[in-house]
Design a protein around this ligand. Structure first.
Ligand code: ASP
Length: 314
C-alpha cells in the first residue's frame, strides 16, 4: 500500500493575516507525517506527530494558540483512533499540557477507558510523567485579544466564532492500516466545562481499516448532532467515494441542523478528499511524494515533497 497522509488546520473563515501561516502550518504537519510513513512508520504515529506539530503552531486553535473559554482559560479536547482494532483514546477540557493528542494516545494505550476529562485527565497526565506547562504558555496575544473583544457589549461573537482552527490528520500506512487524530481548543468564549465534538468518537474523528478514516472540524454541537465522522464512513460503506461521502454528510449537517464544517477523508484504498461547507479550510496531503494543499474552495497548490521541504527550510 502506498502511504498517504491528509491534514486540516480547521474550517471556518481564515482571516487574510492568518492565511499564509495556516498554509505553511498544514504543509509542515503533512510532511512530518509523511516522512514517518515513508520510513515504514505506522499511520497512528504519523497522525499523532502531524497533529502535535500543529498543536505547537500558534496559527491553530489547538495546543498553543487555543481559543479561550468564558473565564479566559484554555480547555482542550483531543481524540485519536486506530483503524486496525477500533481502539480509541480521548481527553476533554484539559489544561496546562502542550500536546493533548499525546495524552489521548496514552488514554488509548495505557488505560481501559476511552475518554478522560478535566482534573482526572490532568492527574493521569501527571502519572504518565507529562510535564505541566504554565497556562499562559498556551495563550497567544491573538486569542487573548479575541476573548476580550467577545466580552465587549457590542461584539459579534458569531463573527469571531467563524475564525476556527482545529487541527486533524488521517493516514494510511504501507501495511494498509488507517488512523485518525483531531485536537482543538474548542469554541471561543465557550462555557467552562463545555465538551465539543472533537473528544467524541464518531463525531470528531473515526478510523476503521475496513472502510477508511476521517477527521472533522466546524461547529461542534452540529457535528455531534449528526455524528459527522461516522456518518461519512457510513456513506462510504454504502459505496460512495470519499468526496461524495463527505459532501453528502456535510450537506445533511447543513440542511438538517444548519451547521457548517469541514472534513478530511481517506478510504482503505488510499483515495482521499478534503471538503468543507464553510468559507475556507486549510488542508494538505502527501501521496506519491507529491504535496497538495489549499485554503480556499477549489484551490490546489501542487509541489514535490523535495521542493516543499526546501521551501520550508527543513
Ligand atoms: N469542532 C470544534 C469544536 O466545536 C471547533 C472547530 O472545529 O474549530 O470544539
Amino acid at each position: 500500500m502506498k502511504p498517504v497522509i491528509v491534514v486540516h488546520g480547521g474550517a471556518g473563515r481564515i482571516f487574510k493575516e492568518r492565511e499564509e501561516g495556516s498554509r505553511s502550518g498544514v504543509k509542515r504537519a503533512a510532511l512530518k507525517g509523511y516522512n514517518i510513513l515513508k520510513r515504514g512508520g505506522s499511520a497512528l504515529d504519523a497522525v499523532e506527530e502531524a497533529v502535535a506539530v500543529m498543536e505547537d503552531d500558534p496559527h491553530f486553535n489547538a495546543g498553543r494558540g487555543s481559543v479561550l473559554n468564558e473565564k479566559g482559560e484554555v480547555e482542550m479536547d483531543a481524540i485519536i483512533m486506530d483503524g486496525k482494532n477500533l481502539a480509541s483514546g480521548a481527553v476533554s477540557a484539559v489544561k496546562r499540557i502542550d500536546h493533548p493528542i499525546k495524552l489521548a494516545r496514552l488514554v488509548m494505550e495505557k488505560t481501559d477507558h476511552m475518554l478522560l476529562t478535566d482534573q482526572g485527565a490532568l492527574a493521569f497526565a501527571r502519572a504518565m510523567g507529562i510535564p505541566e506547562v504554565p497556562g499562559e504558555k498556551l495563550i497567544t496575544e491573538r486569542s487573548l485579544d479575541r476573548w476580550k473583544k467577545n466580552l465587549e457589549a457590542d461584539s459579534n461573537p458569531q463573527e469571531f466564532q467563524k475564525d476556527l482552527g482545529t487541527v486533524g490528520a488521517i493516514a494510511i500506512d504501507s501495511a494498509g492500516n488507517v488512523a485518525s487524530a483531531t485536537s482543538t481548543g474548542g469554541l471561543t468564549n465557550k462555557l467552562v466545562g463545555r465538551v465539543g465534538d472533537t473528544a467524541c468518537i464518531g463525531s470528531g474523528g473515526y478510523a476503521d481499516n475496513d472502510v477508511g478514516a476521517t477527521s472533522t472540524t466546524g461547529h461542534g454541537e452540529s457535528i455531534m448532532k449528526v455524528v459527522l465522522a461516522r456518518l461519512i464512513l457510513f456513506h462510504m460503506e454504502q459505496g460512495k467515494k470519499p468526496q461524495d461521502a463527505a459532501d453528502a454528510a456535510l450537506n445533511f449537517m447543513k440542511t438538517r441542523v444548519g451547521g457548517l464544517g469541514g472534513v478530511i477523508v481517506i478510504s482503505s484504498s488510499g483515495d482521499w478528499a478534503a471538503r468543507f461547507s464553510t468559507k475556507q479550510m486549510s488542508w494538505a496531503t502527501v501521496k506519491d511524494d507529491e504535496l497538495l494543499c489549499g485554503v480556499h474552495a477549489g484551490e490546489r497548490h501542487r509541489q514535490s515533497v523535495e521542493e516543499a521541504m526546501s521551501s520550508m527550510g527543513s
